[in-house]
Design a protein around this ligand. Structure first.
Ligand SMILES: [Zn+2]
Ligand SMILES: [Zn+2]
Ligand SMILES: [Zn+2]
Ligand SMILES: [Zn+2]
Length: 305
């Protein structure tokens, strides 16, 4: 009997050797550290997948996105200096510490609102120009177009013949930071002959601040005057006016006066204007009377911008 048993064992062993175990495997999927494995017999197939590392950040160490295993330490925060735009801030994670600094405010002026000199933040609006405060507007815009006006009951036209901006030429001396704005305009009376006294008056001013402009005017000679304007909060005292040309001529309809007026102003300054209106508004006390000229609806204004 013992012999039969051992014979049977031999036969089973042979079957196993020649055909393999008959385990119907139940596989678990491979993961980061273990290959695909049978839960019954622990046989494996293939390789473990390996970790899927994500680099360390300032909030977490190097970490496997699959199993969550971590290695090492989180990195240090990458701080940017505190400024008036933002508190001390980590570039990596956006964490902040403390408060932003105070702005370094520069007062508003006629061209710019109150502005931080460090971060360029602004508050409010630029100052309102004196021209706007008086309710005035530029009513001559197109070069070469004849704009009608009535002076002492007579029909006139006002035309900007040319307008140029340039740094300098032989008649217009250069100055660092300044440029020339040169305008030629024609006032034509459509009837009659040229009178002994012009019924029209030509004026010019700084639309932002007329009072300061008038006070700053200094006569240099018959054809030129110095003046000061404030541009972006800075006083420019080397401004210059030149009366380049002024002549009278007859026309088919009547007569005309052509003038060329040249202004040396800060580069980029758009504040000068020329205007023509009824000369009756001008008295010996010009500085008090110019408001009457400016508020006459027949006065024609052109901005040298
Ligand atoms: Zn198995
Ligand atoms: Zn992993
Ligand atoms: Zn950080
Ligand atoms: Zn600031």
């Amino acid at each position: 009997m013992k012999r039969y048993l051992s014979l049977l064992a031999m036969m089973i062993l042979c079957v196993c050797v020649f055909t393999g175990c008959q385990c119907s495997h139940e596989w678990t999927e491979a993961d980061c550290i273990t290959p695909k494995t049978c839960t019954k017999c622990e046989e494996t197939e293939g390789e473990a997948l390996g970790h899927n590392w994500e680099e360390a950040t300032c909030t977490a160490p190097k970490t496997c996105t699959v199993c969550g295993l971590s290695e090492g330490e989180a990195q240090a925060h990458v701080w940017t200096e505190v400024s008036c735009a933002a508190p001390k801030t980590c570039e990596g994670c956006g964490l902040t510490e403390g408060e932003a600094l105070e702005h370094t405010w520069v007062e508003a002026n006629y061209q710019a609102p109150k502005t931080c000199s460090v971060c360029a933040a602004t508050e409010g609006a630029p100052w309102t120009s004196a021209f706007e405060v008086m309710g005035l507007s530029f009513n001559v815009e197109e070069v070469g177009v004849a704009y009608p006006m009535i002076i002492d009951g007579q029909d006139f036209t006002y035309t900007i013949e040319s307008y140029e901006i340039f740094a300098s030429d032989e008649k217009h001396p250069a100055m660092d930071g300044y440029e020339w704005h040169v305008v030629s305009h024609i006032t034509e009376c459509l009837q009659g002959v040229a009178p002994y006294y012009y019924p029209t008056y030509t004026d010019f001013n700084n639309y932002y601040d007329m009072e300061s402009f008038n006070k700053s005017l200094t006569v240099k000679d018959n054809y030129s005057m110095g003046f000061t304007v404030n541009y972006l909060g800075v006083d420019y005292s080397d401004c210059l006016f030149q009366g380049d040309a002024d002549y009278l001529d007859t026309t088919d309809a009547g007569w005309m006066r052509k003038e060329t007026l040249a202004f040396r102003v800060p580069a980029g300054f758009d504040g000068m204007f020329v205007c023509v209106g009824n000369a009756d508004h001008i008295t010996s006390d010009y500085y008090l009377e110019y408001k009457n000229l400016y508020t006459d609806s027949n006065t024609r204004f052109f901005q040298l911008k």
